[in-house]
Design a protein around this ligand. Structure first.
Ligand code: ZN
Length: 71
């Protein structure tokens, strides 16, 4: 009768930012501990690496001394 159990405007469950699956409260906001770890590693990785010096947009005049060795 009343749609009280399904209120989309109340606490919208966000999908897992890693795999877009339904997030679980226990591992919020991820769907599982695994995805949580993945995000954690990503976060740490970004922190360890200083993203201020990106050689991607480097000067096109200077040819890279070593290319093809990057993963
Ligand atoms: Zn996930």
């Amino acid at each position: 009768m009343t749609a009280d159990t399904e209120t989309p405007k109340k606490r919208t469950p966000r999908p897992c930012p890693i795999c877009n699956k339904m997030s679980v409260a226990r591992y919020h906001p991820f769907c599982s501990e695994r995805c949580g770890n993945i995000d954690l590693h990503r976060w740490l990785g970004e922190n360890y690496r200083v993203p201020s010096q990106e050689p991607a947009d480097f000067a096109p005049e200077a040819p890279l001394p070593e290319d093809g060795t990057e993963d």
